[in-house]
Design a protein around this ligand. Structure first.
Ligand code: NAD
Length: 481
């Protein structure tokens, strides 16, 4: 596929075919995060396009939902294989849209969704399992048509969490990708076409959140609205969906804490925590952006953390030497720099700060580069510790023992993820249980793509991925005999 065929899209995927948008001349320009140039464009969809897509998904639902789990599983595996054929293209385009380094783009932006899809194919085999309670047989049935609205930071992974779960459950889906990074969703549509998914099972409409997203959220033909994005937009989507009592699943922001207790190897725990915070240039909802450390170890923690940051060569995302790519947009860069300025007034800057990173010549390069930045002696009540920054900015917060550390971790409007570092298994487990977040890793426990993912508090409601994520797209029915 030539590059321009990947980057310049002129039609939506609706009812198994590429359909010209109702307003064919309106486009959404996609920007190259590495230099600020135009990377490509996609249709600027309208409410009329959403109407068509929802109608296609509704008419495909009876046949798709009537397939056996085995048949749906086979179809999902075909989709996975067709997507794997497009893995290099997807990785390339996401690197340029989001700024993710090529290595992380291959492994996480694309490798992870491929694994996840295989997991959904497996989950489809078990969704028909029945539960018996007394004289009741409890069955799970597909919920209907799913509206999927996704963000730009892990564009394919977020989409697959919804599409894979919905298809496994027996639902059909209408997707609306983020305007900043919509191009991998079009590759997924290419894959759906190549895999021979029945017409209308997977539909894609691109455009502005306020038009296409809002139309989906308000549409009475949507049975489950699954949204990933900011807490602010999630709240407005939930309000819009409420007019039809449409069920919503919300995966929202985070301000997660990595909690280091007093008995661990600081080298390992601090290095892993800093790398986690700066993954994808900090544009990760579950990033451990607060590092909560024993007060008397803070100086040593700062030394190790700065050592890690110094090795994070900032540069073009496709340059193999780059460890930290640019941010996804000019707006994102402005917002992160604003937070860095706020942080300078609130805490002790120990690395980075405003200005261009080393090796980035000047702003004429046009890319959205910022310096990895670390603050120490951060008060957990300060703005940089409470608000989601969504850039490479780490807050080191001292604690005075386990109780205090857990209190700090939980003193946040968010509750998406967290980490605990402790040599004693029981003490670590106790801390992990007490952290009010949807995912907690002990001593760097590996990310499990099949585990449920989602948030407490303002990080959202509902869980995605793996077998639990499939259940989100089902209704329960009790049949009494
Ligand atoms: P965003 O909320 O601005 O946009 C998300 C999606 O919603 C986009 O597709 C956008 O076009 C659409 N949208 C915007 N306004 C809308 C409206 N009024 N009605 C309907 N749809 C609308 O978020 P973003 O900037 O794309 O992504 C970053 C945010 O996503 C961060 O807050 C991050 O933490 C969060 N996020 C959460 C998770 C998670 O699993 N919890 C994962 C990734 C990102």
């Amino acid at each position: 596929m030539p590059d321009s065929a990947i980057t310049h899209r002129t039609a939506h995927f609706i009812g198994g075919a590429w359909v010209a948008p109702a307003q064919p001349h309106a486009v959404l320009v996609v920007t190259n995060a590495a230099d600020g140039s135009d990377l490509g464009s996609v249709p600027y969809g309208s409410a009329a396009d959403v109407e068509l897509a929802v109608a296609a998904a509704r008419s495909a639902f009876p046949a798709w939902s009537a397939l056996s789990g085995q048949e749906r599983s086979d179809a999902i595996l075909r989709l996975r294989d067709a997507l794997a054929d497009r893995a290099a293209a997807a990785s390339w385009v996401i690197s340029l849209e989001v700024g993710t380094t090529a290595r992380i783009s291959d492994a996480v932006q694309v490798g992870l969704p491929l694994k996840t899809l295989a997991g959904f194919a497996d989950a489809a085999l078990h969704i028909e399992d029945e539960l018996h309670i007394g004289n009741s047989t409890i069955v799970r049935e597909p919920a209907g048509v799913v509206g999927a609205i996704t963000p730009w930071n892990y564009p394919l992974h977020q989409l697959i969490g919804k599409v894979g779960g919905a298809l496994a459950a027996g639902c059909t889906v209408v997707c609306k990708p983020a305007g900043l990074a919509p191009l991998s969703a079009f590759l997924l549509a290419d894959a759906a076409e190549a895999a021979g998914l029945p017409a209308g099972v997977f539909n894609l409409v691109s455009g502005a959140g306020s038009i296409v997203g809002e139309s989906l959220a308000r549409h009475p033909g949507i049975d489950v609205l699954s949204f990933t994005g900011s807490t602010e937009v999630g709240s407005s989507i939930a309000a819009a969906a409420a007019s039809n009592i449409t069920r919503v699943a919300l995966e929202l922001g985070g301000k997660s804490a990595s909690v280091i207790l007093d008995d661990v190897d600081l080298e390992k725990s601090v290095k892993a925590s800093v790398n986690n915070a700066f993954l994808n240039s900090g544009q990760t909802c579950s990033a451990w952006t607060r590092l909560v450390v024993p007060r008397d170890a803070q100086d040593r923690v700062v030394e190790i953390a700065v050592g890690v940051a110094e090795k994070l060569t900032v540069g073009h995302p496709l340059d193999p030497a780059t460890r930290l790519g640019p941010l996804a947009s000019a707006e994102q860069k402005r917002s992160v720099l604003d937070y860095i300025a706020i942080g300078v007034g609130e805490a002790r800057l120990v690395y980075g700060g405003a200005g261009l990173p080393d090796g980035i010549p000047d702003d004429s390069a046009g890319g959205f580069y910022v310096r990895p930045t670390i603050f120490a002696d951060v008060d957990n009540g300060s703005r940089i510790a409470q608000e989601e920054i969504f850039g490479p900015v780490l807050c080191i917060i001292p604690h005075d023992g386990d109780e205090d550390a857990i209190r700090i971790a939980n003193d946040s409007p968010y509750g998406l993820a967290g980490g605990v570092w402790c040599s004693d298994e029981d003490r670590a487990m106790e801390a992990a249980r007490r952290i009010r977040a949807g995912q907690v890793d002990i001593n760097g426990g590996a990310f499990n793509p099949l585990a449920p993912f989602g948030g407490y508090k303002r990080s959202g409601m509902g869980r995605e991925f793996g077998p639990v994520g499939v259940e989100e797209f089902t209704e329960l029915k009790a049949i009494q005999r």
